[in-house]
Design a protein around this ligand. Structure first.
Ligand code: SAM
Ligand code: SF4
Length: 324
Protein backbone atom coordinates (compact mmCIF):
# COMPACT_ATOMS: atom_id res chain seq x y z
CA UNK A 1 0.00 0.00 0.00
CA UNK A 2 1.34 3.43 -0.81
CA UNK A 3 -0.07 6.89 -0.44
CA UNK A 4 -0.62 8.56 -3.79
CA UNK A 5 -3.03 11.28 -4.85
CA UNK A 6 -4.90 11.94 -8.08
CA UNK A 7 -1.88 13.83 -9.46
CA UNK A 8 0.57 10.91 -9.04
CA UNK A 9 2.27 12.55 -6.08
CA UNK A 10 3.54 10.02 -3.52
CA UNK A 11 3.68 10.67 0.20
CA UNK A 12 6.36 9.11 2.38
CA UNK A 13 6.73 12.08 4.70
CA UNK A 14 4.45 13.07 7.57
CA UNK A 15 4.58 16.31 9.52
CA UNK A 16 3.04 15.67 12.87
CA UNK A 17 2.14 18.58 15.09
CA UNK A 18 2.07 17.65 18.77
CA UNK A 19 1.08 20.95 20.37
CA UNK A 20 -0.11 24.44 19.47
CA UNK A 21 1.59 25.88 22.53
CA UNK A 22 4.58 28.16 21.99
CA UNK A 23 6.83 30.41 24.08
CA UNK A 24 7.90 32.78 21.25
CA UNK A 25 5.96 35.62 19.67
CA UNK A 26 7.12 35.57 16.04
CA UNK A 27 5.55 38.50 14.23
CA UNK A 28 4.31 36.39 11.32
CA UNK A 29 2.92 33.57 13.49
CA UNK A 30 1.91 34.44 17.08
CA UNK A 31 2.58 38.19 17.45
CA UNK A 32 0.55 38.28 20.69
CA UNK A 33 1.91 34.99 21.98
CA UNK A 34 0.08 31.69 22.34
CA UNK A 35 -3.52 32.02 23.50
CA UNK A 36 -4.76 28.64 24.77
CA UNK A 37 -7.90 27.27 23.17
CA UNK A 38 -9.61 25.14 25.84
CA UNK A 39 -11.44 23.12 23.21
CA UNK A 40 -8.12 21.89 21.77
CA UNK A 41 -6.81 18.84 23.66
CA UNK A 42 -3.55 17.74 22.09
CA UNK A 43 -2.98 14.16 20.93
CA UNK A 44 -2.12 11.67 23.67
CA UNK A 45 0.82 9.28 23.47
CA UNK A 46 -1.55 6.46 22.58
CA UNK A 47 -3.15 8.50 19.77
CA UNK A 48 0.28 9.50 18.46
CA UNK A 49 1.26 5.83 18.46
CA UNK A 50 -1.80 4.98 16.36
CA UNK A 51 -0.99 7.79 13.89
CA UNK A 52 2.63 6.67 13.55
CA UNK A 53 1.84 2.97 13.29
CA UNK A 54 -0.76 3.59 10.55
CA UNK A 55 1.34 5.96 8.45
CA UNK A 56 4.37 3.65 8.83
CA UNK A 57 2.25 0.84 7.40
CA UNK A 58 1.30 3.14 4.52
CA UNK A 59 4.94 3.65 3.52
CA UNK A 60 5.83 6.81 5.42
CA UNK A 61 9.50 6.68 6.41
CA UNK A 62 10.09 10.23 7.59
CA UNK A 63 8.27 11.98 10.43
CA UNK A 64 8.85 15.60 11.43
CA UNK A 65 7.57 16.71 14.83
CA UNK A 66 6.41 20.27 14.84
CA UNK A 67 3.94 22.61 16.49
CA UNK A 68 3.70 25.20 18.14
CA UNK A 69 6.93 24.41 19.89
CA UNK A 70 7.16 20.60 20.00
CA UNK A 71 9.78 20.54 22.75
CA UNK A 72 7.31 22.13 25.20
CA UNK A 73 5.62 18.75 25.52
CA UNK A 74 6.72 17.15 28.77
CA UNK A 75 6.57 13.72 27.12
CA UNK A 76 8.68 14.80 24.13
CA UNK A 77 11.36 12.15 24.77
CA UNK A 78 8.64 9.48 25.07
CA UNK A 79 7.23 10.58 21.72
CA UNK A 80 10.67 10.26 20.09
CA UNK A 81 11.20 6.83 21.66
CA UNK A 82 7.78 5.70 20.50
CA UNK A 83 8.55 6.65 16.88
CA UNK A 84 12.02 5.06 17.08
CA UNK A 85 10.36 1.73 17.79
CA UNK A 86 9.17 1.64 14.14
CA UNK A 87 12.20 0.45 12.14
CA UNK A 88 10.75 1.63 8.82
CA UNK A 89 10.76 5.25 10.03
CA UNK A 90 14.37 6.04 9.23
CA UNK A 91 14.22 9.81 9.64
CA UNK A 92 12.88 11.40 12.82
CA UNK A 93 13.09 15.16 12.53
CA UNK A 94 11.85 18.18 14.42
CA UNK A 95 11.40 21.87 13.72
CA UNK A 96 12.14 23.95 16.80
CA UNK A 97 12.64 27.48 18.03
CA UNK A 98 15.57 26.05 20.03
CA UNK A 99 14.46 27.35 23.41
CA UNK A 100 14.71 23.92 25.07
CA UNK A 101 17.49 22.55 22.92
CA UNK A 102 20.78 23.11 24.75
CA UNK A 103 19.88 21.11 27.85
CA UNK A 104 18.01 18.37 26.03
CA UNK A 105 19.50 17.66 22.62
CA UNK A 106 21.64 14.83 23.99
CA UNK A 107 18.52 13.02 25.30
CA UNK A 108 16.58 13.72 22.09
CA UNK A 109 19.40 12.28 20.01
CA UNK A 110 19.58 9.20 22.25
CA UNK A 111 15.82 8.75 21.87
CA UNK A 112 16.16 8.69 18.07
CA UNK A 113 16.08 12.26 16.75
CA UNK A 114 18.37 12.39 13.72
CA UNK A 115 17.41 15.59 11.88
CA UNK A 116 16.65 19.06 13.17
CA UNK A 117 15.55 22.39 11.73
CA UNK A 118 16.27 25.30 14.04
CA UNK A 119 14.44 28.52 13.25
CA UNK A 120 16.78 31.52 13.19
CA UNK A 121 15.31 34.50 11.37
CA UNK A 122 18.32 36.80 11.64
CA UNK A 123 21.97 36.78 12.69
CA UNK A 124 21.54 40.28 14.10
CA UNK A 125 20.58 40.09 17.82
CA UNK A 126 18.45 43.22 17.49
CA UNK A 127 16.51 41.96 14.45
CA UNK A 128 16.17 38.49 15.93
CA UNK A 129 14.50 39.97 19.00
CA UNK A 130 12.31 42.22 16.91
CA UNK A 131 11.02 39.28 14.85
CA UNK A 132 10.65 36.62 17.55
CA UNK A 133 10.14 38.66 20.72
CA UNK A 134 13.07 36.81 22.33
CA UNK A 135 16.64 37.89 23.09
CA UNK A 136 18.07 34.46 22.37
CA UNK A 137 20.18 34.66 19.24
CA UNK A 138 23.43 33.82 21.04
CA UNK A 139 21.87 30.72 22.61
CA UNK A 140 20.43 29.60 19.30
CA UNK A 141 23.78 29.82 17.56
CA UNK A 142 25.14 27.58 20.34
CA UNK A 143 22.23 25.23 19.64
CA UNK A 144 23.43 24.73 16.08
CA UNK A 145 26.98 23.88 17.26
CA UNK A 146 25.66 21.58 19.96
CA UNK A 147 23.37 19.71 17.54
CA UNK A 148 26.36 19.04 15.26
CA UNK A 149 28.48 18.06 18.25
CA UNK A 150 26.07 15.40 19.58
CA UNK A 151 25.90 13.87 16.10
CA UNK A 152 22.56 14.96 14.62
CA UNK A 153 22.87 13.83 11.00
CA UNK A 154 21.03 16.70 9.33
CA UNK A 155 21.10 20.17 10.84
CA UNK A 156 19.22 22.93 9.02
CA UNK A 157 18.34 26.51 9.80
CA UNK A 158 14.95 27.92 8.82
CA UNK A 159 14.86 31.63 8.03
CA UNK A 160 11.57 33.25 7.03
CA UNK A 161 12.44 35.92 4.47
CA UNK A 162 11.05 39.36 5.26
CA UNK A 163 11.49 42.33 2.96
CA UNK A 164 13.52 45.20 4.45
CA UNK A 165 14.26 43.15 7.54
CA UNK A 166 16.35 40.05 7.03
CA UNK A 167 16.68 39.68 3.25
CA UNK A 168 20.38 40.55 2.92
CA UNK A 169 22.09 37.37 1.68
CA UNK A 170 25.64 38.44 2.62
CA UNK A 171 24.69 38.40 6.32
CA UNK A 172 24.25 34.61 6.11
CA UNK A 173 26.96 33.45 3.72
CA UNK A 174 30.00 33.89 5.95
CA UNK A 175 28.23 31.88 8.64
CA UNK A 176 27.75 28.76 6.53
CA UNK A 177 31.22 28.94 4.97
CA UNK A 178 32.73 26.60 7.59
CA UNK A 179 29.62 24.83 8.84
CA UNK A 180 27.97 21.77 7.25
CA UNK A 181 24.53 23.24 7.73
CA UNK A 182 21.77 23.95 5.21
CA UNK A 183 20.25 27.38 5.65
CA UNK A 184 16.73 27.45 4.24
CA UNK A 185 15.07 30.67 3.23
CA UNK A 186 11.30 30.26 3.45
CA UNK A 187 9.12 32.80 1.70
CA UNK A 188 6.71 34.44 4.10
CA UNK A 189 3.29 32.79 3.55
CA UNK A 190 -0.02 34.48 4.10
CA UNK A 191 -2.26 32.90 6.75
CA UNK A 192 -5.68 33.83 8.14
CA UNK A 193 -4.17 36.19 10.72
CA UNK A 194 -1.05 37.46 8.96
CA UNK A 195 -2.45 39.49 6.03
CA UNK A 196 -0.92 42.80 7.20
CA UNK A 197 2.57 41.54 7.81
CA UNK A 198 2.40 39.57 4.58
CA UNK A 199 1.53 42.71 2.60
CA UNK A 200 4.37 44.66 4.21
CA UNK A 201 7.12 42.04 4.20
CA UNK A 202 6.56 39.34 1.62
CA UNK A 203 9.42 39.07 -0.83
CA UNK A 204 10.07 36.39 -3.40
CA UNK A 205 13.08 34.11 -2.87
CA UNK A 206 13.97 34.74 -6.51
CA UNK A 207 16.14 37.75 -5.67
CA UNK A 208 18.22 35.51 -3.37
CA UNK A 209 18.33 32.82 -6.04
CA UNK A 210 19.64 35.26 -8.67
CA UNK A 211 22.37 36.48 -6.33
CA UNK A 212 23.42 32.88 -5.61
CA UNK A 213 23.65 32.05 -9.29
CA UNK A 214 25.69 35.22 -9.95
CA UNK A 215 28.09 34.19 -7.20
CA UNK A 216 28.66 30.72 -8.68
CA UNK A 217 26.25 28.64 -6.58
CA UNK A 218 24.91 25.54 -8.34
CA UNK A 219 21.44 24.03 -8.12
CA UNK A 220 21.65 20.52 -6.66
CA UNK A 221 19.83 18.00 -8.88
CA UNK A 222 16.60 16.75 -7.33
CA UNK A 223 16.40 13.11 -6.33
CA UNK A 224 13.20 11.05 -6.45
CA UNK A 225 10.61 12.17 -3.88
CA UNK A 226 12.67 15.15 -2.73
CA UNK A 227 10.28 17.91 -1.75
CA UNK A 228 9.72 21.38 -3.13
CA UNK A 229 12.94 22.98 -1.77
CA UNK A 230 15.59 24.14 -4.27
CA UNK A 231 19.04 23.54 -2.81
CA UNK A 232 22.21 25.35 -3.93
CA UNK A 233 25.82 24.36 -3.21
CA UNK A 234 29.18 26.08 -3.74
CA UNK A 235 32.64 24.47 -3.64
CA UNK A 236 33.97 27.20 -1.29
CA UNK A 237 31.24 26.59 1.29
CA UNK A 238 30.62 23.63 3.61
CA UNK A 239 27.03 24.73 4.08
CA UNK A 240 24.18 24.85 1.56
CA UNK A 241 21.39 27.30 0.82
CA UNK A 242 17.83 26.02 0.41
CA UNK A 243 14.94 28.02 -0.99
CA UNK A 244 11.29 27.29 -0.28
CA UNK A 245 9.26 29.42 -2.67
CA UNK A 246 5.58 28.50 -2.34
CA UNK A 247 4.57 31.35 -4.65
CA UNK A 248 6.74 30.07 -7.52
CA UNK A 249 5.32 28.26 -10.53
CA UNK A 250 4.88 24.49 -10.10
CA UNK A 251 5.77 24.56 -6.38
CA UNK A 252 2.97 22.11 -5.53
CA UNK A 253 4.01 19.60 -8.21
CA UNK A 254 6.67 18.15 -5.92
CA UNK A 255 4.53 18.11 -2.78
CA UNK A 256 5.65 15.02 -0.86
CA UNK A 257 4.10 15.52 2.59
CA UNK A 258 0.92 15.13 4.57
CA UNK A 259 0.19 16.82 7.86
CA UNK A 260 -1.62 15.76 11.00
CA UNK A 261 -2.39 18.53 13.48
CA UNK A 262 -2.04 18.33 17.25
CA UNK A 263 -5.80 17.81 17.51
CA UNK A 264 -5.71 14.88 15.12
CA UNK A 265 -6.87 16.47 11.88
CA UNK A 266 -5.35 15.45 8.57
CA UNK A 267 -4.41 18.52 6.53
CA UNK A 268 -3.90 17.22 3.02
CA UNK A 269 -2.78 20.73 2.01
CA UNK A 270 -1.29 23.36 4.35
CA UNK A 271 -3.60 25.91 2.76
CA UNK A 272 -6.59 23.65 2.20
CA UNK A 273 -10.05 24.94 3.02
CA UNK A 274 -10.83 21.86 5.12
CA UNK A 275 -9.16 19.21 7.23
CA UNK A 276 -10.29 15.66 7.88
CA UNK A 277 -10.82 14.64 11.49
CA UNK A 278 -9.04 11.37 12.32
CA UNK A 279 -9.38 11.49 16.07
CA UNK A 280 -12.34 9.16 16.53
CA UNK A 281 -10.27 6.49 14.77
CA UNK A 282 -7.11 7.02 16.82
CA UNK A 283 -8.43 5.47 20.01
CA UNK A 284 -7.46 1.86 19.43
CA UNK A 285 -5.16 -0.08 17.10
CA UNK A 286 -8.21 -2.15 16.13
CA UNK A 287 -9.58 0.84 14.20
CA UNK A 288 -6.59 0.83 11.84
CA UNK A 289 -8.43 -0.44 8.77
CA UNK A 290 -11.10 2.27 9.04
CA UNK A 291 -8.38 4.86 9.61
CA UNK A 292 -6.55 3.75 6.49
CA UNK A 293 -9.75 4.02 4.45
CA UNK A 294 -10.36 7.56 5.71
CA UNK A 295 -6.78 8.61 4.91
CA UNK A 296 -7.09 7.26 1.35
CA UNK A 297 -10.43 9.03 0.89
CA UNK A 298 -8.83 12.31 2.05
CA UNK A 299 -6.03 11.96 -0.46
CA UNK A 300 -8.58 11.86 -3.26
CA UNK A 301 -9.62 15.41 -2.41
CA UNK A 302 -6.11 16.81 -2.10
CA UNK A 303 -6.07 19.74 -4.52
CA UNK A 304 -3.55 20.03 -7.33
CA UNK A 305 -2.23 23.31 -5.96
CA UNK A 306 -2.83 25.97 -3.35
CA UNK A 307 -4.68 29.21 -4.13
CA UNK A 308 -2.38 31.56 -2.23
CA UNK A 309 -2.04 33.84 -5.26
CA UNK A 310 -5.74 34.65 -4.85
CA UNK A 311 -5.19 35.16 -1.09
CA UNK A 312 -7.20 32.00 -0.41
CA UNK A 313 -5.27 30.93 2.68
CA UNK A 314 -7.49 28.11 3.90
CA UNK A 315 -8.71 27.20 7.38
CA UNK A 316 -5.56 27.80 9.37
CA UNK A 317 -5.25 31.11 11.31
CA UNK A 318 -1.47 30.76 11.68
CA UNK A 319 1.16 28.05 11.29
CA UNK A 320 1.33 27.20 15.01
CA UNK A 321 -1.86 25.17 14.38
CA UNK A 322 -0.38 22.68 11.97
CA UNK A 323 3.35 23.44 11.92
CA UNK A 324 5.32 24.96 9.06
N1 SAM B 1 8.01 26.54 16.82
C1 SAM B 1 8.83 25.83 15.91
C2 SAM B 1 9.69 26.77 15.10
O1 SAM B 1 9.40 27.95 15.03
O2 SAM B 1 10.66 26.29 14.53
C3 SAM B 1 8.05 24.90 14.98
C4 SAM B 1 6.75 25.39 14.44
S1 SAM B 1 6.88 26.76 13.29
C5 SAM B 1 5.20 27.01 12.88
C6 SAM B 1 7.60 25.94 11.89
C7 SAM B 1 8.27 26.84 10.87
O3 SAM B 1 7.28 27.61 10.22
C8 SAM B 1 9.27 27.84 11.46
O4 SAM B 1 10.49 27.74 10.78
C9 SAM B 1 8.62 29.16 11.22
O5 SAM B 1 9.57 30.17 11.04
C10 SAM B 1 7.80 28.90 9.98
N2 SAM B 1 6.67 29.80 9.80
C11 SAM B 1 5.73 30.15 10.70
N3 SAM B 1 4.82 30.99 10.16
C12 SAM B 1 5.21 31.20 8.87
C13 SAM B 1 4.68 31.96 7.79
N4 SAM B 1 3.59 32.70 7.91
N5 SAM B 1 5.34 31.91 6.59
C14 SAM B 1 6.45 31.15 6.45
N6 SAM B 1 6.98 30.40 7.44
C15 SAM B 1 6.38 30.42 8.64
FE1 SF4 C 1 6.31 29.80 17.95
FE2 SF4 C 1 7.41 28.67 15.83
FE3 SF4 C 1 5.24 30.27 15.60
FE4 SF4 C 1 7.59 31.32 16.21
S1 SF4 C 1 7.08 30.26 14.31
S2 SF4 C 1 5.64 31.78 17.23
S3 SF4 C 1 8.50 29.78 17.46
S4 SF4 C 1 5.32 28.30 16.58
Amino acid sequence: MQLMDNYQRRFQYLRLSITEQCNFQCQYCLPNGYQPNKAHQFLTLNEIDNVVSTFAELGVHKIRLTGGEPSLRRDFVDILSLISAYPSINEIAMTTNGSRLLKNIHYWHQAGLNAINISIDSFSPHLFKLITGQDKLKELLQCVEKSLEVGIKKVKINTVLMKNMNDNLTDYLSWIKQRPVELRFIELMETGESGDIFNRHHVSGQSIELQLIEQGWLLQPKVALSGPAKVYTHCDYQGKIGLIMPYSKDFCKSCNRLRVSSIGQLHYCLFGDAAVDLRDLLQSSEQKQQLIERIFASLMIKPEKHLLHDHKVGVMPNLSYVGG
